[in-house]
Design a protein around this ligand. Structure first.
Ligand code: PMP
Length: 362
């Protein structure tokens, strides 16, 4: 069988090996079904069970109460940039957005088509190196909701605590750090996340929505853009991403086997600490992009002294079996995405490689 390499891609990203193996085994025929997951009807009993289990798996990992509905939608997190304001920006037709990176900016762009957007804070000055402090947030108590991006995939920054927004509903794009640790879902009105980093493959988007918000969704909305449609039809109004939901279910089982999200967080912290330590102890050879208190545990961004040296590192690393390290063009340098499924051994091996590279080029 083909050997696997270390995949540091930002998304679609690495999946847990036991999940891939189980899916591979079952791809010929699901036990007792005689057909593969790629072939079964989304209206079959088998799939009813899979979608129910996937929801239960997520509910139990995140301790989500019955006050919330879970949806598996399509159109990526990017469609949520539109669905959120279309469904929720209805009372006062205004919302607060905290801008911490390119994805927050894209969310703002769509929200502005629906109503008034107040930029409650932006850390664009300094190229999104940090998460704003609570005191910096200029929140409007009349806003229909506050939107923030919990992890900034491109810049490598992450909120370590939710912004405090009092009674205004809090909406979060958690695409790149969902399930990396336990969060208190009761603080949120709506959480959305494209699956392709920490939950599963691309093509399915998780939406966790508090039930009371559904009364805001107007019947005049297009059917597919209305959260109520998907709640009323258990995410089966149209054909969902059957395979994606199946993988999500396996990923939840894998996480439960590791001790749930507390166990996962411990591992994620260890992995990120190893890499940040290497950066911090390099005497300036490697320079982290994010300010220390804003550092992401999922996407670790850093630069070297010159673009040429960065290119050399990426190319030598790729040749050595470390794939996907080239940083996003807006930050340059390197980005190591070390999502839940990324093994600790891979981080340790990368650090040895980086130390060696520094010795030769420092
Ligand atoms: N939000 C964040 C934080 C992301 O990282 C991404 C994708 N990298 C998106 C939104 C857009 O997701 P999608 O491609 O699923 O639309």
């Amino acid at each position: 069988m083909e050997k696997r390499i270390y995949n540091f891609a930002a998304g679609p990203a690495i999946l847990p090996e036991p999940v891939l193996k189980e899916a591979q085994e079952q791809l010929w025929a699901l036990p007792g079904v005689g057909m593969s997951i790629l072939e079964i009807s989304h209206r079959s009993k088998t799939f009813d069970k899979i979608i129910a289990e996937a929801k239960e798996g997520l509910k139990s990992l995140l301790s989500i109460s019955d006050d919330y509905e879970l949806l598996f939608l399509q159109g990526g997190a990017s469609l949520q940039f539109s669905m959120v304001p279309l469904n929720l920006m209805v009372k006062n037709k205004k919302a607060d957005y905290i801008v911490t990176g390119s994805w927050s900016k894209k969310a703002v762009k769509e929200a502005k088509r629906v109503g008034t957007v107040n930029i409650a804070a932006s850390t664009e000055e300094g190229n999104f190196k940090r998460i704003p402090k609570q005191e910096e947030l200029k929140l409007d108590p009349q806003a229909d909701y506050v939107h923030f991006t919990s992890n900034n995939t491109i810049f490598g920054t992450e909120w370590h605590k939710e912004p405090e927004v009092r009674n205004v509903p809090l909406v979060c794009d958690a695409s790149s750090d969902i399930l990396h640790k336990k969060i208190d879902v009761s603080k949120y009105a709506l959480i959305y996340a494209g699956a392709q980093k920490n939950i599963g493959p691309s093509g399915v988007t998780l939406v966790i929505i508090r039930k009371d918000l559904l009364e805001r969704s107007s019947d005049s909305l297009h059917t597919m853009l209305n959260y109520k449609t998907h709640v009323e039809n258990n995410s089966l109004y149209n054909t969902p991403n059957v395979f994606g939901i199946y993988i999500i279910n396996l990923v939840c089982k894998w996480l439960n086997g590791l001790g749930g999200l507390d166990g996962m967080y411990k591992i994620n912290k260890e992995k990120a600490d190893i890499l940040y330590k290497c950066i911090d102890e390099s005497g300036g050879f490697y320079k982290g992009h994010a300010e220390k208190d804003s550092r992401s545990l999922m996407n670790i961004t850093f630069n070297l002294a010159s673009e040429d040296l960065e290119k050399k590192l990426v190319s030598e690393a790729t040749a050595a079996g470390f794939d996907g390290l080239k940083g996003h063009r807006s930050v340059g340098g390197l980005r190591a995405s070390i999502y839940n499924a990324f093994p600790k051994k891979g981080v340790e091996d990368l650090v040895s490689f980086m130390k060696d590279f520094q010795k030769k080029n420092g």
